[in-house]
Write a protein that binds this ligand. Structure first.
Ligand SMILES: Cc1cc2nc3c(=O)[nH]c(=O)nc-3n(C[C@H](O)[C@H](O)[C@H](O)COP(=O)(O)OP(=O)(O)OC[C@H]3O[C@@H](n4cnc5c(N)ncnc54)[C@H](O)[C@@H]3O)c2cc1C
Length: 146
């Protein structure tokens, strides 16, 4: 990689910094305004959940805000349920992404990478899949129970 970068003219290099929001802003809704997707919870790419969680938000806007308002709910109060339901999920994913970055991706040169690889090889596939379902599995909330 270093040789490739050094052999490339500077004006042909594209640098993309990775920006993320950590726990995000204190509130995801203000009156009728609702922050969704990266605007609310841009997270590290280490768990690949940016796009799916933006889609989860879209489903929740429909189920928890648009649906109830269509049935006569208060347009200012309805977004509160969205914030309450989505925040724990966002926080969990964002913190997992940071944890995986620190313990998996950002180990730097040296023996820590070899230790990581050895430990990962010992984890049974079934256990790894089970652990992953907390990240990948998601059940859309119901407006009645939110
Ligand atoms: C290089 C890269 C690789 C990625 N790989 C993955 C991956 O493998 N898996 C994954 O899950 N996620 C991945 N992501 C993250 C994923 O792309 C984002 O989390 C996801 O696109 C967020 O969706 P969004 O709708 O919130 O925002 P965006 O997709 O950024 O959409 C926002 C839209 O708003 C528009 N916009 C901005 N300002 C204004 C304005 N003032 N007026 C009108 N329109 C405006 C923008 O042009 C854009 O079209 C990757 C991101 C990058 C950059």
């Amino acid at each position: 990689m270093r040789a490739l970068v050094e052999a490339t003219e500077p004006d042909r290099l594209l640098r993309q910094d990775v920006c993320y929001l950590g726990d995000g802003p204190p509130g995801y809704t203000v009156g009728r305004v609702v922050l969704v997707g990266d605007a609310a919870h841009a997270m590290l790419p280490t768990i690949g959940r940016g796009a799916p969680s933006a889609l989860e938000d879209a489903v929740c806007v429909g189920r928890l805000i648009a649906g109830p308002i269509g049935n006569g709910a208060d347009p200012v109060a309805a977004p509160g349920a969205f914030d309450r339901v989505r925040r724990p999920r966002w926080r969990f994913l964002a913190r997992q992404a940071i944890r995986i970055a620190r313990n998996g991706f950002e180990l730097g040169p040296g023996p820590r990478q070899a230790v990581r690889n050895a430990v990962l090889r010992m984890v049974p596939a079934g256990l790894a899949m089970f652990a992953g379902t907390r990240v990948t599995g998601w059940i859309p909330p119901d407006a009645g129970t939110a």
